[in-house]
Design a protein around this ligand. Structure first.
Ligand SMILES: Nc1ncnc2c1ncn2[C@@H]1O[C@H](COP(=O)(O)OP(=O)(O)O)[C@@H](O)[C@H]1O
Ligand SMILES: [Mg+2]
Length: 273
């Protein structure tokens, strides 16, 4: 089995990895004089858990923002399902099936867990406000479908006990879980997670790891995640992209990048092994 070829394969733990779903082609991103991303290419395969690692300021969040359509690359193209993606607004990208969480939690602090997760359904809602005013019946039927989808996610993430609690009152780890729930509510094909475990204690990290694996396993969701904890990356991901100063310095299985001398110099050697 060669995971760097494009042939579908089955992982050691029995997950099916398909062909390329998303491809970043020669992406460069500049902010004025700052080059956040320099000519980076990599792909993400259907069903895969793909990690992006690198020191602070390496350009990881910027890359996720390009993938989510929040930033338009200065140069290069984002391909999705074998086609170049035209310049799109983030909500259009979301409708293509790409959902994300943020490095800093971006929830409605005064709203309940349930309502926050419901906002994740917006990209899937058909009835607009006018429709809702004119066609109560249709909007009501749609609302029922969305409620049911949200309740399923709440069960899946084991957060029934906090469904009515304003998110601002929840501990950090649970807020991160609610944010994951909101992203899942969009039923994405690709889930982008920016440091989903940052700032968590060991137990919260273990929970989040388990949920990420379960999402991938049960829903077949492709996942791209940024993570600092190398242990977590090694346990979770099928393949890893390593960034440093906006450049890609490694790409491969966790074992491959772990033994790449350039990666060790730039990153792993600093605080690991
Ligand atoms: N909106 C922005 N405007 C200007 N510079 C930015 C912006 N976002 C990121 N940068 C710069 O781009 C570089 C990469 O940042 P970032 O993508 O946040 O790195 P990472 O997530 O790997 O820590 C940094 O030098 C940062 O200061
Ligand atoms: Mg970042």
């Amino acid at each position: 089995m060669n995971v760097m070829s494009n042939d579908p394969y089955t992982t050691a733990d029995g997950r099916r990895i398909g062909g390329v779903l998303m491809e970043m082609k020669n992406i460069t991103l500049r902010f004025g004089g700052v080059v956040a991303i320099k000519d980076i290419s990599f792909d993400i395969r259907e069903g895969e858990i793909r990690a992006i690692i690198g020191p602070n300021g390496a350009g990881k969040s910027s890359m996720l923002n390009v993938m989510s359509g929040f930033y338009t690359p200065t140069e290069g193209e984002v391909w999705f399902e074998g086609c170049p993606r035209p310049q799109m607004r983030p909500y259009q990208v979301a409708r293509q099936g790409i959902a994300r969480t943020f490095q800093n939690i971006a929830l409605f602090q005064g709203m309940s867990t349930l309502d926050n997760i419901m906002t994740g359904r917006i990209t899937r809602m058909n009835s607009n406000l006018l429709n809702q005013a004119l066609w109560w019946g249709k909007a009501e039927a749609e609302e029922t479908v969305h409620r049911e989808a949200v309740e399923k996610i709440i069960d899946f993430l084991e957060i029934q006990h906090i469904r009515k609690t304003p998110v601002g009152r929840l501990p950090y780890g649970l807020q991160k879980r609610v944010e994951l729930g909101r992203a899942l509510a969009a039923e994405p094909r690709i889930l982008l997670l920016d440091e989903p475990m940052a700032g968590m204690n060991v137990e919260e990290k273990e929970d989040m790891c388990r949920f990420i694996l379960d999402v991938n396993d049960e829903f077949g969701t492709t996942i791209a995640l940024i993570e600092h904890d190398m242990g977590v990356v090694m346990d979770l991901s099928d393949r890893v992209v390593v960034m440093d100063y906006g450049k890609k310095i490694g790409d491969g299985t966790p074992d491959e990048v772990r033994s790449n001398p350039e990666v060790i110099d730039a990153y792993l050697g600093v605080s690991h092994d």
